[in-house]
Design a protein around this ligand. Structure first.
Ligand code: ADP
Ligand code: MG
Length: 240
């Protein structure tokens, strides 16, 4: 579903993605771990073409990343992204936030878009808040709306970049529960997170990045019990 081959990315002289080669099969849940500055966010942004790459190739569902135009818009719609900051539209209601992209980009009719949006809000456990405004919801609820909004485009892949990092601790689990549900439903997911419980329970695979490189690519079991590299051992020593 995602295939990256020998991807390199520079910010000026800084080599932030180094020969990244990665395949994520359909339905797999991959958790990306690594210290701050290791290139995790840049990798997500590159997969969604929010960030141009200097060399290499990235394909989603067999389609190489188009550079621009309609093909790029279609690809972006195939790849849902959820960030640390939820960025909901403050002056639109919850259900309107979820309807917006299908109506604007997919040209879905209002009634159908609303129906789908309500189903998705149901799925993330928040349908009863549909007519409120984002500021009236907790951070955890807003992030669940952001997930519903991404799902509204019927993406083939979901990328999560530290979706719980900005949340108060008591709200982290409700968002992880929604993500676990998605994983169980077979969604292909790439998840950057520091939530090790989620990585252990929900991931099929763990990728550990350091200094722009994939240093380990293994099962959660193997990664947490027998990390091979010094950098992974050092990382785990600091966070566990
Ligand atoms: P991570 O998500 O693992 O913390 P990032 O992908 O955000 O890492 O960043 C990787 C490196 O690229 C860091 O050194 C960061 O400072 C740098 N970087 C990220 N975005 C930019 C940018 N827009 N311009 C210049 N440097 C950047
Ligand atoms: Mg990051």
């Amino acid at each position: 579903m995602i295939k990256a081959s020998a991807v390199n990315k520079y910010f000026g002289d800084l080599h932030v993605l180094r020969e990244i080669t990665l395949e994520v099969p359909r339905g797999q849940v991959v958790v990306v771990l690594g210290p701050s500055g290791s290139g995790k966010s840049t990798l997500c942004r590159a997969i969604n073409r929010l960030e141009p790459i200097n060399s290499g190739e990235i394909a989603v569902d067999g389609v190489p990343l188009p550079a621009e135009g309609k093909a790029l818009a279609a690809l972006r719609a195939d790849v849902g992204m959820v960030f640390q900051s939820f960025n909901l539209f403050a002056h639109k209601t919850i259900v309107e936030n979820v309807m917006l992209a299908p109506v604007k980009v997919r040209k879905t009719g209002q009634a159908e878009a609303r129906k789908t949006a309500m189903e998705l809000l149901e799925r993330v456990g928040i349908a009863n808040q549909a007519d409120k405004y984002p500021a009236q919801l907790s951070g955890g609820q807003q992030q669940r709306v952001a997930i519903a909004r991404a799902l509204a485009m019927r993406p083939k892949v979901m990328l999560f970049d530290e979706p719980t990092s900005a949340l108060d601790p008591e709200m982290v689990q409700e968002v992880l529960d929604v993500m676990t549900g998605l994983a169980k439903d077979g969604m292909t997911m790439l998840v950057v997170t520091h939530e090790m419980g989620f990585a252990r329970r929900a991931a099929d695979r763990v990728i550990f990045m350091a200094d722009g490189e994939i240093v380990e690519d293994t099962t959660p079991e193997e990664f947490f019990t027998a990390p091979k590299s010094e950098r992974a051992k050092d990382f785990l020593g600091k966070i566990l």
